[in-house]
Design a binder for this molecule. Structure first.
Ligand code: FAS
Ligand code: PHB
Length: 391
């Protein structure tokens, strides 16, 4: 087999890139370790920045999102149960976010693939990258025990944090930066109406909670939990009781309880790998960076990475110029680090850290009080939350 671009991973980064290249007539093959059902079943992200909404519109994959996505011009913070609203649209000249789950984005990307000639190899095991420092890399894998190989011009490593692409960059070249948080998020999905029309990020003495949603009839909630905690420690009733305590009485009165049909615990980390390009390999999405989900940046960064990468590849294949390719890593990292900063900051002001003493707690409360009272502080939060411009 031979193609222009071998894309490793059929998550948001890999599939958005595959559609962008297909739109420009650049051949690509997506190699995915699992099957479609696995990728679609992962609940994950919930909020699309304008960049991602614009990308889906550019790809003509926005019809269902326009129908079913929830447009949010604001969000809410709560400090020990006292809510205050951040008017995202007023503070950013009319920009907003769209609540539309990652699962739905993946369905739209997969459904449109066959008609657009986007080729996906499912259940590609033991993917390995060869000759990345040469002119014609080779990707190998096995399919039901049979050895396969793909010659290509470039490889896009879109295989997430636990993939193989990042490890293909020599240790003498790769630089990695990390913060691991001393807590995780317990996520809960239930077919009950959301407590509020918009999201609520709650800082409470007992810990962080987030009230989100997937539709007017499906709620997505999170509570901060210890890293040692297990799902069996959290029967539904305990989750609802804890969530209501952390949201405070005003919002708790609007919470509708029901059985969870999905529950998961995710650890939180901030992580960046540099450079995002080595030889013929480009990294995009979680393969290169991880953010704590507090800022709702993970999937959106994958979208901005592949927007930059597709621009660079189209320039190369259409004009032979390599400026975009040479500049990809620096351009992507400039945006990644701003999102890392915001996600780290937003996590630090909303979560309860085990080692937090009275001084740190009062600093947190003062920062949230400052945001409540200052338009400048709210504008800074708002422009980061809706997504910074693509530079
Ligand atoms: P992904 O990890 O989504 O996709 C990588 C793909 O590569 C997968 O399909 C995987 O099977 C495949 N792969 C891996 N290794 C391979 C190999 N060796 N060969 C072939 N294929 C391979 N972001 C938010 O914005 N909001 C959230 O609330 C949020 N919640 C999250 C909860 C959890 C538990 C996790 C883990 C992440 C969450 N994220 C959230 C972040 C998430 O949405 C990611 O940012 C997003 O999926 C990134 O997309 P990709 O870079 O495509 O990586
Ligand atoms: C979600 O709905 O899953 C979600 C929303 C906003 C976040 C994180 C997760 O910051």
């Amino acid at each position: 087999m031979k193609t222009d671009i071998a894309i490793i991973g059929a998550g948001p980064a890999g599939m958005l890139l595959a559609h962008l290249l297909s739109q420009e007539g650049i051949s690509a093959v997506v190699l995915e370790r699992r099957d479609r059902a696995y990728v679609e079943a992962r609940v994950r992200a919930g909020v699309l920045e304008q960049v991602t909404v614009d990308l889906l519109r550019r790809l003509g994959l926005n019809a269902r999102m326009e129908r079913e996505g929830l447009v949010h011009g604001g969000t809410n913070l709560a400090l020990d149960g006292e809510l205050f609203h951040i008017d995202l649209a007023a503070l950013t000249g009319g920009r907003h976010v769209v609540v539309y789950g990652q699962q739905e984005v993946m369905k739209d990307l997969f459904d449109a693939a066959p008609a657009r000639g986007v080729e996906i190899v499912w259940n590609a095991e033991d993917v390995a990258l060869h000759g990345l420092d040469g002119d014609e890399p080779i990707v190998t894998w096995t399919a039901q025990g049979e050895a396969k190989q793909l010659a290509c011009r470039f490889v896009a490593g879109c295989d997430g944090f636990h993939g193989v692409s990042r490890a293909a960059i020599p240790a003498t070249v790769l630089r990695q930066f990390e913060r691991v948080y001393p807590f995780g998020w317990l996520g809960f999905l239930a077919d009950v109406p959301p407590a509020d029309e918009e999201l609520v990020y709650a800082n409470h003495e007992r810990g962080f909670a987030l009230a989100s949603m997937r539709s007017p009839t499906r709620s997505r909630y999170y509570v901060q939990c210890g890293l040692e905690e297990k799902l069996e420690d959290w029967p539904d009733e305990r989750f609802w009781d804890e969530l209501c305590l952390r949201l405070g009485p005003q919002l708790a009165a609007k919470v509708t309880r029901g059985a969870a049909f999905e529950k998961s615990i995710a650890p939180l980390r901030s992580f960046v790998a540099e450079p995002m390009r080595w030889g013929r390999l480009f990294l995009a999405g979680d393969a290169a960076h991880i953010v704590p989900p507090t800022g709702a940046k993970g999937m959106n960064l994958a979208a901005s990475d592949v927007t930059f990468l597709a621009e660079a590849l189209v320039e190369f294949f259409k004009s032979g110029k390599a400026g975009g390719i040479e500049g990809y890593s620096a351009r992507a990292l400039a945006r990644v680090w701003k999102a890392e900063r915001f996600s780290w900051w937003f996590t630090s002001v909303t979560h309860r850290f085990p080692e937090m003493d009275g001084f740190s707690r009062r600093l947190q409360m003062a920062e949230l009080d400052y945001i409540r009272q200052s338009e400048a502080a709210q504008r800074s939060l708002a422009e980061n939350y809706v997504g910074l411009p693509m530079l």
